[in-house]
Design a protein around this ligand. Structure first.
Ligand code: MG
Ligand code: MG
Length: 270
């Protein structure tokens, strides 16, 4: 059912999204262990492809507007949408992996950033700030609230963490029977704005944060988004929904229970 362009899912449909989300979460967990120096991003893509298929799921990335991979691999100054290929990961690289899957027509979408070998404290700080912003964004969502409550929490968390750039040209999004649906979920903004947060809404929240300015450009491959100043970037994403009891992070293996508890946010999954 759609309400003003926003898809409202039934409990059964949310359960299918949880099944898809678990495939995404498990794929990212597998890739986290496989992403080491000497491995190519194409090898990671092949691992993800095999695993998603073995789960009885399909990839929503492969063929999306012609995208050639089942994951996006974005290294160092690459922010998002990097294409897997012959690039060999090296010690000290920072790799963002974005992954999605479909089960019974319902979508999951999540991303994480992985340190390859030994990275600098500055890199770790960037990664931690971005992941923290993701969770605080989800934690700021409550039934009856507004979409920009999430945006505001993401922005203020990053601003409090350091002089980082918050990429504004790409946003989180609604998700359900398609990967990208209304509403957009910006990573900045005043709270209390945008569509109401209601039961059956599912959103992908995905802060993209840089060590420098927020300016980006797209490479000649028409996909890879890089920072304009060459500074490194991090990207984390989860798909979540709100139940009567609280937030349920559909792409987190534990449904988000542990991280939400740390934030004092009620867990809404089962
Ligand atoms: Mg994604
Ligand atoms: Mg997304």
């Amino acid at each position: 059912m759609f309400d003003r362009g926003i898809e409202i899912k039934t409990r059964d449909q949310i359960e299918s999204m949880r099944a898809a989300g678990l495939v995404v979460g498990q794929t990212l967990e597998l890739l986290r262990g496989s992403a080491v120096a000497g491995v190519t991003t194409a090898q990671l893509d092949a691992i993800a492809h095999d695993f998603i298929r073995s789960c009885g799921a399909t990839s929503n990335f492969l063929g999306y507007h012609g995208f050639p991979g089942v994951i996006c691999t974005s290294v160092n100054e690459e922010v998002v949408h990097g294409i897997p290929g012959p690039r060999v990961l090296r010690d000290g690289d920072v790799l963002s992996i974005d992954c999605g899957a479909i089960i019974d027509g319902w979508h999951g979408d999540a991303a994480t950033t992985v340190a390859i070998g030994e990275v600098t404290d500055a890199d770790l700080g960037l990664m931690q700030a971005t992941e923290e912003a993701l969770w605080r964004g989800i934690g700021a969502a409550a039934l009856g609230g507004r979409v920009s409550d999430i945006s505001h929490a993401v922005e203020t968390t990053i601003q409090a963490a350091g002089p980082y750039g918050i990429v504004e040209g790409y946003t989180g999004h609604g998700i359900g029977s398609a990967m990208h649906q209304p509403p957009n979920v910006a990573n900045y903004g005043r709270p209390g704005r945008g569509p109401k947060l209601v039961k059956g809404l599912a959103l992908a929240v995905e802060p993209m944060v840089t060590m420098g300015t927020d300016e980006t450009r797209t490479l000649a491959d028409d996909w890879t988004v890089v920072t304009a100043d060459g500074s490194r970037a991090a990207h984390y994403e989860h798909t979540f929904t709100l139940t009567d009891r609280g937030a349920w992070v559909l792409t987190a293996l534990d449904g988000g229970a542990a991280r939400l508890a740390e934030l004092g946010v009620p867990y809404g999954g089962h």
